[in-house]
Structures are given as structure tokens and as C-alpha cells.
Design a binder for this molecule. Structure first.
Ligand code: AMP
Length: 219
């Protein structure tokens, strides 16, 4: 791959990164150092002029929106929550699939439906607000940063809005999924200005990834 501008791609660390690296390798982009060992935050790649930054998922759209990173890879859950200003989302990479759902203890489901007012703990307050408003339910939203499953067990909330993959975490905490809010996968995102000013380089990366995803299916 030939890149004619300096380009930075912001990647989401953790589970998404594990599925992203094989996909990038398929288009010839490989980090020059072992990301599981290195503490470096900006990492050069085997493609000259192309660097990676490894971030918390919720920071990826921010870096891309402001143009500090030209492209990014982030979960649709994060993109729904952030609102996506200044960002194009040209490609569903089909990786890190999961569901964004409401969930809660089996016993309280009927109560919640009756109350018309529900206390909800979540990291995704904007998505949750829109979901409950659409249902005509008043939701008191409580922002948490992790272990959402704990909130109903401790009496902090009636329900949670969270990511569900196998459902094992919910089941082990005596909870069940309730309503699907959105099917989630990771998306390639692009800064709108970079799409114009660095068109050739950005397009080359989008096209290579599109080809890799459609030729071989999700990584
Ligand atoms: P599970 O027990 O398989 O339903 O996994 C649920 C937990 O894993 C949740 O607490 C999520 O935060 C996390 N998780 C699962 N899949 C993803 C994903 N694709 N992206 C981010 N977090 C995920």
C-alpha cells in the first residue's frame, strides 16, 4: 500500500484491537512493535507514513472528529453514544459483534413495565435516553463506567443498558436480556476534512479494508 500523506489511524484497545490487528495485517498494515509489550502510544507501521494510536474506545471518535487522527476503528455502541459529528462511517468491519440491550433481574421485569418510570444504570446515557423516550417511559439515568451488572443487584437501578455478547455475564448475575437496542459491530470512521484533503491516502485505506472484508468475510 502506498500512502502519499502522513496518516494516523486510531484503534480501540482491548477486545476490538485483537480482532482489528488480523484485519489490518490482511491489507499489509502491521505495527512495527509488539503492542502487547510496548507502552508506546503512537506506533509506526510497516506502511511508511502510516501510524497507529491505541486508545480507549470512547476516545476514538473524539480524536477522529477533531482530525488528530484521520481514521479510526470503534464499536457502533461508542459511535451511537458519541453522536458522530464530523465523522464519516464508510465501512462496517463486521468484527467484535455483540448487541446493545436493556437487561435486568427476571423478577422485576413486570414491575418496570408497570411503573412507567425506571431507574437505569449505564455507560450509554445518550442511547438509553433516546430508547426509553421512544417507549414513552421516563428513565432516571445513572452514569456508570463499568460493572453495570452490579447496579440492579445492589438496588442502584431497575435495569441496565449494556453490551451483551454470549449473555454469560448477565446469567451469572441472575439477570436476563430484555430489549434489543442495536446490533453492534466495529466500524471504520473517517474525519470529514481528511476525506477531502488527504483523499488519495484515505481512499486507499478504505478500499483495501473494504476489499478484505467483502472478499474473506469478517476477520
Ligand atoms: P457476555 O458475558 O459474553 O455477554 O459479555 C458481556 C461483557 O463483555 C459485557 O460486560 C461487555 O462490556 C463485554 N463485551 C462483550 N462483547 C463486547 C464487544 N464487542 N465490545 C465491547 N465489549 C464487549
Amino acid at each position: 500500500m502506498n500512502i502519499e500523506h502522513d496518516i494516523t489511524i486510531a484503534l480501540t484497545k482491548g477486545r476490538i484491537l485483537k480482532e482489528t490487528l488480523p484485519l489490518l495485517a490482511r491489507v499489509g498494515i502491521e505495527p512495527c512493535e509488539d503492542l502487547s509489550v510496548s507502552r508506546r502510544l503512537i506506533v509506526a507501521t510497516t506502511v511508511p507514513r502510516l501510524n497507529l494510536v491505541i486508545l480507549r474506545g470512547s476516545d476514538v471518535p473524539t480524536y477522529v472528529q477533531y482530525g488528530s487522527a484521520d481514521l479510526g476503528i470503534a464499536g457502533k455502541d461508542i459511535l451511537l453514544e458519541s453522536g458522530g459529528a464530523g465523522i464519516y462511517e464508510p465501512l462496517d468491519l463486521g468484527i467484535a459483534r455483540c448487541r446493545l440491550m436493556t437487561a435486568g433481574p427476571q423478577a422485576t421485569h413486570a414491575e418496570v413495565e408497570l411503573k412507567r418510570r425506571v431507574r437505569v444504570a449505564t455507560k450509554f446515557v445518550n442511547v438509553a435516553r433516546a430508547h426509553y423516550a421512544k417507549k414513552g417511559l421516563h428513565a432516571d439515568l445513572i452514569k456508570l463506567y463499568g460493572s453495570m451488572e452490579l447496579a440492579p443487584l445492589m438496588g442502584l437501578a431497575d435495569e441496565i443498558v449494556d453490551i451483551v455478547d454470549t449473555g454469560k455475564t448477565l446469567a451469572e448475575n441472575d439477570m436476563a436480556p430484555r430489549e434489543l437496542i442495536a446490533d453492534i459491530s466495529s466500524r471504520l470512521i473517517v474525519n470529514k476534512a481528511a476525506m477531502r484533503t488527504r483523499h488519495g491516502s484515505v481512499r486507499a485505506i478504505i478500499d483495501a479494508l473494504k476489499h478484505a472484508v467483502t472478499q474473506q468475510g469478517p476477520a
